[in-house]
Design a protein around this ligand. Structure first.
Ligand SMILES: NC(=O)c1ccc[n+]([C@@H]2O[C@H](COP(=O)([O-])OP(=O)(O)OC[C@H]3O[C@@H](n4cnc5c(N)ncnc54)[C@H](OP(=O)(O)O)[C@@H]3O)[C@@H](O)[C@H]2O)c1
Length: 349
C-alpha cells in the first residue's frame, strides 16, 4: 500500500479541491485514521466532511453525541469522549495517524463574566491536556504522528504598523494569555515524539457562523456600518481556507509550531462593513459607536474594536495558495442569498 500523499509546495489546497468533485475518494492513497476532538462543532464538522471526502477514516469526538446529531448528521464515526478519562481516549487514539483539537466555547459576543472566562479557558485547555495525557499512555509506535491544535490570533491584538507574522511576539490580555497557554499545552506532545502543528485562526467568514449572522443583521435592517472608528484591522479568512490550512497542518511534516490562518489581505473594519453592504446590497455607512459596543460587550469589545493586522507568512512559505484573497468576493460568497451550498454543508452525510 502506498502512503497517503502529503500536501506539497505549489499544491492548490482549497476546499473545492478537497471536495469529491475534483478529488474523488482514494486520491490520497491509503486512508488514514484521523480523530477530530470537537468535531461536532462548526469548524470540526466541516473538517470531518472534507477529510471523509478524500477517503480518510474520521472519528469525531463529542461529549454529547445525541445532542450533536440533533443539529444534523455528523460526518464520520461519532464517539463519546470524556476529558476525565485519558485511558478511554488513549484507546481511541491508539494507532491513529492524526488527532485534531477544535474544541472551545465561543469567545464572543457576550461579556466575559468570571464564569464565562472559566468556561472559555477550560473548554480549550482541559481537552488539549486530556489529548496529550492520552498520547502519553500509548507506546511510542502507537501514538498519532501529529497533533493539530487550533488557536486564536488575539496575541497579535494592537498590531497596526507592521503586519504580524508568526515570528511577531504575542502580547498579553485574557485571550492572548489563553492562546499562549493553549499552544503550550498542545506543545507538550512534542516531548512525546509527536509533531505539533498550531493553526491560529483569524476572523472566519462562513455562511452559517453565528457571529457572521450577528454581524450582518444590522446591515439587513438597513442600519449597517463600521464598528467604532472603522480604522481597526480585521484579519479575516474564508472557511474554505481554514479547512485547507488544517489539512496542510495534518499532511505536511514541515508544519511544526504556529501558522497564521488568515487571508494574505487583512482589511480595515470600514472595508469589512463596505464588503458586507455590497454583498447584501444594503447601506453600510452608519457606524456603530465604540462607546455602545463597549457598553454591551464590556471587556470582550476588544473582539470588535481591537486591531489585528496579520499575514499568513508561514502558510505562504509552505506553498499554500489561498483560494480567497479578495474580501468583497469572499464576503459575497458567504452572504449569498438562498445559498445552496450552505444547505449542503449543513446536511453533510
Ligand atoms: N469559528 C471561528 O470564527 C473561530 C476563529 C478563531 C478560532 N476559533 C476556535 O476554533 C475552535 C472551534 O470553533 P468552532 O467555531 O468550531 O466552535 P463550536 O462550533 O462552538 O464547536 C466547538 C466544540 O467544542 C466542544 N467543546 C466545548 N466545550 C468543551 C469542553 N469543555 N470539553 C470538550 N469539548 C468542548 C463542543 O463539542 P461537544 O459539545 O460536541 O463535545 C463543540 O462542538 C474554538 O476554540 C474557537 O475559539 C474559531
Amino acid at each position: 500500500m502506498t502512503a497517503a500523499r502529503p500536501v506539497r509546495p505549489g499544491d492548490v489546497i482549497s476546499f473545492n479541491r478537497l471536495r469529491s468533485r475534483e478529488h474523488p475518494r482514494g486520491t490520497y492513497g491509503m486512508s488514514r485514521r484521523i480523530v477530530v476532538a470537537g468535531g461536532a462543532g462548526h469548524i470540526g464538522r466541516r473538517l470531518a466532511a472534507v477529510l471523509l471526502d478524500r477517503g480518510d477514516d474520521v472519528i469525531v469526538l463529542s461529549r454529547h453525541p445525541e445532542r450533536a446529531t440533533r443539529s444534523g448528521p455528523i460526518p464520520g464515526r461519532l464517539e463519546r469522549w470524556s476529558t476525565d478519562d485519558p485511558s478511554g481516549l488513549a484507546r481511541i487514539l491508539d494507532g491513529a495517524d492524526a488527532v485534531v483539537g477544535v474544541t472551545g466555547v465561543p469567545v464572543g459576543p457576550l461579556p466575559w463574566t468570571r464564569r464565562r472566562r472559566t468556561m472559555i479557558r477550560a473548554s480549550r485547555l482541559v481537552p488539549t491536556r486530556a489529548i496529550v495525557d492520552a498520547i502519553r499512555l500509548l507506546p511510542p509506535a502507537r501514538r498519532p504522528r501529529v497533533l493539530v491544535s487550533v488557536s486564536g490570533t488575539d496575541g497579535y491584538e494592537g498590531q497596526d504598523q507592521l503586519a504580524a507574522t508568526e515570528a511577531t511576539p504575542t502580547g498579553h490580555g485574557f485571550l492572548a494569555d489563553l492562546g499562549r497557554d493553549w499552544e503550550a499545552a498542545a506543545g507538550n506532545a512534542e516531548d512525546l515524539g509527536v509533531r505539533v502543528a498550531i493553526t491560529r485562526i483569524g476572523y472566519v467568514l462562513s455562511p452559517d457562523a453565528t457571529t457572521m449572522r450577528l454581524f450582518a443583521l444590522p446591515f439587513r435592517l438597513g442600519l449597517g456600518g463600521p464598528l467604532g472608528s472603522g480604522r481597526q484591522w480585521f484579519s479575516w479568512v474564508h472557511i474554505e481556507d481554514v479547512l485547507g490550512l488544517l489539512m496542510l497542518a495534518i499532511d505536511d511534516p514541515r508544519h511544526r509550531g504556529p501558522i497564521n490562518a488568515v487571508s494574505p489581505e487583512p482589511a480595515r473594519a470600514a472595508d469589512v462593513a463596505a464588503a458586507i453592504g455590497a454583498a447584501l446590497h444594503r447601506p453600510s455607512w452608519l457606524p456603530m459607536p465604540a462607546a455602545l459596543i463597549r457598553l454591551i460587550m464590556r471587556e470582550s469589545s476588544i473582539l470588535a474594536l481591537g486591531s489585528r493586522r496579520i499575514v499568513p507568512a508561514g502558510a505562504l512559505a509552505l506553498g499554500y495558495r489561498f483560494r480567497w484573497t479578495d474580501l468583497r468576493a469572499a464576503m459575497a460568497d458567504v452572504l449569498r442569498p438562498g445559498d445552496q451550498r450552505v444547505r449542503a454543508s449543513r446536511s453533510v452525510r
